[in-house]
Design a binder for this molecule. Structure first.
Ligand SMILES: Nc1ncnc2c1ncn2[C@@H]1O[C@H](COP(=O)(O)OP(=O)(O)O)[C@@H](O)[C@H]1O
Ligand SMILES: [Mg+2]
Length: 261
């Protein structure tokens, strides 16, 4: 059964309450004074726990706008969005920030690390909002860095790390508060092809362990590492399919030439 028909079947009251993500007829307008951009034009989609979804589509098709809504960084102009059963469309800024911090982890194309701060301190940052003893913060940050294979780089500054390593620090930072969903917008956009597959290896491992992942990418090869692909065009969903014969990033890496770190 295709993902699309599954969504059709699931569109009932019970599914709304059990879906991790339930989006119904969402529109997004950006108001630029004179003009209005209609960035999302009636999006309806559901995602369950444990999914690994790649959002694809040309530049300007609405991928980032959609991710920002799912990530509670912004709100839809109309329509409904239930995150883990909670309708967030009526939340104010403070409530949105709270739900982000509790449930969501973000990774961006540009890493966004603090340059004068070590890998460990970068990863510790999001824990500052949680009430937690200092030793517990450090322990969690170390564990998150170990999960992304950087247990031996905790005291390095971003400038002392490769692009791929910096992105792994950013992934560790996104994981440190143990989110339910990892949202990654073009996380491999600044990385070479081998390093990109290394990032996908980490994502597949995290997803195997139960983490729900939403990945925006315009690279078809990268999207194939996900379990499901959703293609946007002009603010609408054009395709929604399960990936067949999904490659394992760890195996793909073995067939790729290695680069010196
Ligand atoms: N903050 C914004 N203000 C006004 N228009 C925006 C803003 N963000 C995105 N847009 C417009 O919305 C549309 C979708 O953009 P975006 O979601 O960034 O697409 P993608 O990530 O697929 O490249 C584009 O036409 C873009 O110009
Ligand atoms: Mg974008």
């Amino acid at each position: 059964m295709s993902a699309t028909s599954q969504v059709e079947v699931n569109r009932g009251g019970r599914a709304q309450r059990t879906s991790l993500i339930y989006v119904e007829d969402v529109h997004k307008y950006y108001d630029l004074g004179e003009t209005k951009v209609h960035a999302l034009r009636g999006i309806s989609v559901e995602m369950q726990r444990g999914e690994f979804v790649a959002i694809m589509g040309a530049s300007g098709s609405g991928k980032s706008t959609f991710m920002n809504l799912l990530g509670c960084l912004d709100k839809p102009s109309s329509g409904r969005y239930l995150l883990d059963g909670t309708d967030i469309t009526r939340f104010n800024k403070r409530e949105l920030a709270a739900i982000r911090n509790r449930k969501l982890g973000f990774v961006f194309q540009g890493f966004n690390l603090l340059s004068r701060t070590t890998a460990l301190e970068n990863v510790e940052l999001p824990t500052l909002y949680a009430r937690m003893p200092r030793e517990e913060r450090t322990l969690r940050a170390r564990q998150a860095l170990q999960m992304v294979g950087l247990g031996d780089r905790v005291d390095h500054f971003p400038s002392q790390l490769s692009g791929g390593q910096q992105q792994r620090v950013a992934i560790a930072r996104a994981l440190v508060n143990q989110p339910s969903i990892l949202l990654a917008d073009e996380p491999t956009g600044n990385l070479d092809s081998r390093t990109s597959v290394e990032i996908m290896e980490i994502f597949q491992k995290l997803n195997d362990e139960g983490l729900t992942i939403l990945l925006v990418t315009h690279e078809h090869d990268i999207a194939q590492f996900a379990k499901r692909t959703i293609v946007f065009r002009d603010g609408r969903i054009r395709r929604d399919e399960l990936v067949t014969n999904r490659p394992r990033a760890a195996e793909v890496l073995q067939a790729m030439p290695t680069l010196e770190d």
